[in-house]
Structures are given as C-alpha cells and as structure tokens.
Ligand binder design. Structure first.
Ligand code: ZN
Length: 238
C-alpha cells in the first residue's frame, strides 16, 4: 500500500492552511465587516477576440493564520504549461486578536492570449498546500445580428436595448475612447460628441500618441453579445 504523503496539519504544526476558493466578478468589503460580499461567482470567461483582458476577484479562505506573515501569492497557469504567472501577492495576513481564519478577496487582472483551461493557484510562502481553482476561457463565434433582431431594433429605435458602449484606455498615454455598437449602425455624423464607431478590422490608433488601442475586437463582440441577450429577453417579454 502506498503511503500517503502527510499533509501539513495546521493545528499541530502552527502553519497556516488554505481552505477553499471561488472566482467572483465583484466583491465588496464594508468597513468593519470581516466577510466580503461576492457577486456573480463564475467558472468561465467568454471572449470574442484575442488578446483580451479580464479583471476579477479571487476569493479564498485561510485557517490558522499566524500573527504576522507569511504572504500568499496568487498565480495563473495555462493547462499543460508549468509556467506560473503572478497575479498578485496578498501580504500581511495577520488577523490581530480576532479569529485565526479569514476570507481574502484580492482583485486581479490578466491578459489572455488563447482559449482553454487555466488554473488560478493560491500558494502560501514557505509551507502549506496550494489551492487550485480551475477557470475556462471560451472563444465565442462572432455574434451576427439576425433579420428578426434587425427588424426588432428598427421598431424599438436607438435605445439601451439596441445599442451599448465600451470605454477603452490607450495603454501608452491613458487617453480614453468610448466606442458604440448598435444593431443598426448610426451615421458617424449623428453620434453625440466623444462617441465613436468601432473601426472595421478592429484597429484604431490613439489620436494623441499613435499607439494601437488594445482589445477592441473582444470589446465589440462582447457588446454585440449583450445587445443580442437584451433583445432575446425583450422578445420573451412579448
Ligand atoms: Zn495614446
């Protein structure tokens, strides 16, 4: 019989141990409340173009915390690859005089270059187990508007149901641009000042510094997906 490797027993050894973890789109902490409020727990991201960037919260529990240190690092790893990329470090785990367990919910972001299975890995410095949270990244087909969606949009007109906008920041100089996507594309001259239509081919150079704006194709596909979902909901309502 194979002998199981003895795991670090937190109570006996005095070392902290990781409990369980989840991924959430949002997590908030109210002052004085030790538990975060998480919203929209998820298992997968959808993408309409690569590369693309996503931000989310890694929510995990730690038991038998020491009064001081050690730190925890949160990494991401693509399935089949051994390379860990650091997402963040959670330093200063001390809990003071309170209970020696806690929930952490750092916000992280990562640029994804391809679809597939990923793992978010929380690792205690020094000793202790690693906590692995799987994450799928799914490449979506381009959302085309159907004939009935176009007809519906023409009846409804240009509203929040039939159009959506995304603000994208130039990575080099920080200038912000707001792009609008609609079922029926408006004339560029009819757009309110400051709003732009997505460029054909997904390429747009910053007007201040000439740097290409990132993630435009993914942002446009995401807005089209959102509009299609709005219209489907509206059609169900009758
Ligand atoms: Zn720029």
């Amino acid at each position: 019989m194979r002998k199981r490797k003895k795991e670090a027993s937190p109570g006996a050894s005095g070392y902290p141990c990781l409990g369980s973890g989840l991924l959430a789109r949002q997590s908030k902490r109210e002052t004085g409340v030790p538990m975060p409020s998480c919203d929209a727990i998820f298992t997968a991201f959808l993408a309409w173009g690569f590369p693309c960037r996503r931000a989310w919260h890694v929510v995990f529990t730690v038991f038998d915390l020491p009064r001081k240190g050690p730190d925890i690092s949160v990494f991401i790893r693509k399935s089949g690859s051994r390379a860990l990329r650091l997402l963040c470090r959670v330093a200063d785990l001390k809990t003071g005089e309170g209970p020696r367990s806690a929930v952490f919910d750092p916000q992280v972001s990562h640029e994804f270059r391809e679809p597939g299975r990923y793992s978010v890995v929380c690792a205690l410095h020094g000793r202790g187990r690693r906590l692995r949270i799987p994450l799928d990244f799914i490449s979506m087909p381009w959302p085309e508007f159907t004939k009935s969606e176009r007809q519906m949009a023409e009846t409804i007109g240009q509203t929040a149901l039939t159009s959506a906008a995304a603000t994208i920041k130039c990575n080099k100089c920080g200038r912000l641009y707001t792009f609008v996507e609609s079922v029926v594309a408006p004339e560029p001259s009819s757009l309110p000042p400051g709003l732009l239509l997505f460029p054909k081919g997904g390429l747009f150079e910053c007007r201040d510094c000439g740097h290409p704006l990132p993630y435009l194709k993914d942002a446009q596909g995401g807005l089209r997906h959102e509009i299609k979902r709005n219209l489907a909901r509206e059609a169900q309502r009758g």
